[in-house]
Design a protein around this ligand. Structure first.
Ligand code: MN
Ligand code: MN
Length: 462
């Protein structure tokens, strides 16, 4: 089976839609560079589309009916949107799932130090990265600092044109003879990923004053944000590549941006969710945190957050019932969307061409993921795949079947198997990217467009 480059199929109408979706998508990437920012943005967009916080709805205790729209916010880092269908929830939902955390460098809890009159913030990387890719480029600092008095300060430094940026330095090539002999894995070691944040001593510092650069940085933090050094202990600050999502290629056919794993699937799922209005089954869009470190913790897919929310909705829709909650989960169908490894001709040796996802070949569907003989994978059922093929063909969605690279060259996992545990039909789908987990990843605008089309078709007809 040979796939086709989908650009060839588009007429004027499709190209216009494609352009609009991708402009929206780039804007979302710029506004959502952390999981918290993504949740905030999702809530704004959902409210505009008529969604209400499930907490308010629960407080009112009014029953939920077909067409009602609610969202559940999990600690500001994960979110689930529901739009009630004609059928009761226990008949099952059509769920679009994706993750909104991306690889980055987290600032440690005791990070600020001075060395030879340079000020640094110490980091601990998050997710799987090639560490050498994260040096010598402009970085921005995003996140929150929670203070003892209960206030939470939002931080975003390095995105506006007149903002300063931060950088992790690398050794000059002239002196790198030994460094260049090292294995790529250790060229830059994890503990060396400290970001340079200052070099100017406090004005009027005494000659004898030690660490005057650090003192100056603390003064700036105090004056600008009202935070003290100890407040880093209760902060979540993420160092991410600075700058906006950009059109990529002389033909502008692609997008180059930080965080497309997995926000390319998250935002396309969200767009579909907010656009599709009337469905037989309840629609759901689930955007979770912590996928990059194993989906663990309160805001990851392993959390009971989603199941608990469904139980609350069942109580408002069909009457409280543990059994019906279980039925709702088991009868659900899910597109667990995550980025796929796009075939890269420059690294052809890592791919098996007939089973690779190609950019601009449409929505990628992975029957399984995992590594070492499908280890750790959800393996989607053939019958479910057949039904998805029917739906996508009927709705003129371009899609391709793929695997993550050659057998035994590596592998990866997603959130699919966790939802599979409930006995629901789940399949991995998503958008293929180049450079996955690099500071900037490449996607195809055509695939972004096909993803939105595919997700809409799924919500309507699965
Ligand atoms: Mn991912
Ligand atoms: Mn990833």
């Amino acid at each position: 089976m040979k796939n086709e480059n989908v650009w060839k199929k588009y007429g004027e109408k499709e190209l216009k839609e494609l352009h609009e979706i991708n402009e929206r998508y780039k804007n979302c990437l710029n506004l959502g560079k952390t999981e918290r920012e993504c949740v905030k943005l999702t809530i704004e967009m959902a409210k505009e589309a008529g969604y209400r916080d499930v907490k308010e709805v629960l407080a009112e205790g009014k029953p939920l009916a077909c067409g009602d729209k609610v969202y559940a916010n999990c600690m500001g880092k994960a979110i689930a949107l529901f739009r009630m269908g004609e059928e009761p929830i226990s008949n099952g939902m059509n769920i679009l799932g994706a993750h909104i955390d991306s690889p980055r460098l987290d600032i440690k809890q005791n990070p600020l130090y001075e060395n030879e009159e340079f000020g640094y913030l110490d980091t601990h990387y998050y997710g799987g990265i090639k560490k050498y890719q994260w040096v010598a480029g402009p970085m921005a600092l995003h996140g929150v600092v929670a203070k003892k008095d209960g206030t939470v300060i939002d931080i975003a430094i390095g995105e506006k044109d007149d903002d300063p940026v931060l950088v992790i330095t690398d050794l000059l090539v002239h002196l790198a003879k030994q460094q260049l002999e090292k294995q790529a894995r250790v060229v830059i070691e994890g503990e060396k990923l400290d970001v340079l944040v200052g070099n100017r001593p406090l004005a009027n510092a005494e000659e004898s004053e030690k660490e005057a650069v650090k003192a100056n940085l603390l003064l700036i933090l105090k004056e600008t944000y009202g935070i003290e050094e100890a407040d880093f202990a209760s902060a979540e600050l993420e160092l991410v590549p600075a700058g906006k999502a950009r059109d990529c290629g002389l033909d502008r056919s692609m997008i180059l941006s930080y965080g497309q794993d997995d926000r390319v699937c998250a935002f396309t799922s969200l767009f579909a969710m907010l656009e599709v209005e009337h469905t037989k089954r309840t629609s759901c869009c689930l955007l979770v945190d912590k996928e990059e470190i194993g989906s663990v913790g309160a805001t990851g897919m392993h959390s009971r957050f989603f199941e608990n929310t469904v139980a609350e909705l069942i109580a408002l829709n069909e009457g409280e019932s543990e059994l019906k909650t279980r039925r709702a989960m088991a009868n659900s169908r899910m597109l667990s969307s995550d980025v796929s490894a796009g075939y890269d001709p420059s690294f052809a040796e890592a791919f098996e061409k007939r089973s690779a996802a190609f950019l601009a070949n449409g929505l990628s569907i992975n029957k399984f993921t995992g590594s070492g003989g499908k280890g750790g994978s959800n393996d989607a059922n053939a019958e479910y795949i057949a039904d998805l093929r029917r739906i996508f063909d009927q709705e003129n969605v371009t899609y391709q079947f793929a695997e993550l690279g050659k057998v035994d060259v590596g592998g990866g996992g997603t959130i699919a198997y966790i939802m599979g545990n409930y006995g629901m039909e789940v399949i991995d789908s998503g958008v293929a990217v180049l450079n996955m987990h690099a500071p900037y990843e490449v996607s195809s605008k055509a695939d972004v467009y096909e993803a939105v089309k595919g997700y809409k078709a799924f919500l309507l007809y699965a």
